[in-house]
Write a protein that binds this ligand. Structure first.
Ligand code: ACO
Length: 326
């Protein structure tokens, strides 16, 4: 039992914030941001646009493209670190906006690898004979969680969404050839939004101390990201009993071009097999991989039967890699 990928779609907000725009907000420069991260611009949601809105725009576009009736969807798995509300789930707002009346719907909070965690969960759901369609979403409105006074973080992130519509299939054995998902909660303070949850509810004090925004120890995150993704990818390659030269496409989470390059070199992959679009969107967390996949499909880069290896790392820490046959 496995699944077919009926379609992948993405949406990014219209508003573009360039590095030059950022030079007017914090003490930074296009040169610093480009050299240290590879980012040139990112998208920013409108004031009244929420995470579920971004995902709904991606999903409705897909339903139209493939003439799909959303009332057929059995389950919605929604990966986000930037939910519309803490209660109720973003998945439920999304379910209502796309008219997926029959679907049960829930959020998963796994930060940047959320789409990969979600893919593994969706694969499990689709092994049950009474679940035929699963809609997986990865969407973020990180612009609301970044501290626009903190140049060490605000230049990195962007908003966006991606969805994948999956259908149970018996036509071939395995879509996911191998996987590796991991977490290390001991390192969670290295990348965290301290206030806003039960541990430290929103308060004037939290706001004054700017604890309602993302805090990150960039260098430690960088080092862990490279190491954890390298180990995770190597594990997946080993389990699939393939050589890294057999991988057709490597689709890494788009967080920093230097992280991607370090990983590519350690894994010995050629540049032309690694998909990179960080220059246009910055780090869109759980949305980054489906946005990349949709671009690759639009450009007709990925072909049926090819081996596609995705990897990601993020707050928690969480990480993961999944190898699929397209
Ligand atoms: N503009 C100009 N100068 C800056 C900026 C900025 N936007 N940000 C930091 N600096 C300065 C620092 O203040 C520091 O100055 P100092 O030497 O006078 O103290 C100097 O630049 C170097 O700072 P570092 O933090 O050491 O710079 P580094 O080379 O590590 O790059 C960065 C910082 C880009 C954040 C990098 O560490 C990184 O990408 N880390 C990974 C973070 C990440 O991607 N997190 C997202 C979630 S996890 C994930 O998705 C992988």
């Amino acid at each position: 039992m496995s699944f077919e990928i009926l379609g992948i779609s993405s949406y990014v907000p219209k508003k573009v914030l360039t590095n030059y725009d950022l030079e007017r907000i914090v003490d930074t420069s296009d040169q610093w941001i480009t050299e240290r991260t590879g980012i040139k611009e990112r998208r920013i949601a409108d004031e009244n646009e929420t995470t579920s809105d971004l995902a709904a725009k991606a999903a409705l576009k897909l339903f139209e493209e493939i003439s799909f009736n959303p009332s057929k969807i059995d389950a919605i798995v929604f990966a986000t670190a930037t939910p519309d509300n803490l209660i109720a789930s973003t998945a439920c707002s999304f379910q209502a906006k796309i008219g997926a009346r029959k679907a049960f719907a829930f959020d998963i909070s796994a930060a940047c690898p959320g789409f990969l965690y979600g893919l593994k969960i969706a694969d499990g759901l689709l092994r049950s004979d009474d679940i035929e369609y699963v809609l997986l979403a990865g969407a973020e409105t990180l612009s609301r969680y970044v501290d626009w006074l903190d140049r060490t973080t605000c230049v990195l992130f962007g908003d966006g969404a991606g969805v994948a519509l999956l259908k149970r299939s018996t036509s071939f054995n395995k879509r996911i050839l191998s996987w590796n998902l991991g977490a290390d909660g001991n390192l969670r303070d290295l990348l965290i939004m301290p206030a806003g949850g039960i541990a430290m509810p929103f308060s004037k004090n939290a706001l004054d101390k700017r604890l309602c925004y993302i805090k990150m120890k960039g260098r430690e995150v960088f080092k862990n990201a490279v190491l954890k993704m390298q180990n995770s990818v190597e594990d997946v390659i080993r389990k699939a009993k393939i050589k890294s030269s057999e991988i057709d496409w490597f689709v890494p989470h788009q967080a920093n071009i230097r992280i991607i390059e370090a990983l590519r070199e350690r894994l010995g992959l050629p540049k032309d097999k690694v998909y990179v679009n960080i220059n246009k969107y910055g780090n869109t967390s759980a949305a980054s991989i489906p946005i990349a996949l949709r671009e690759m499909l639009d450009r007709k880069l990925v072909k049926k039967g090819q081996l596609v290896l995705m990897t990601s790392f993020g707050a928690g820490f969480t990480w993961g890699s999944i190898l699929i046959r397209w």
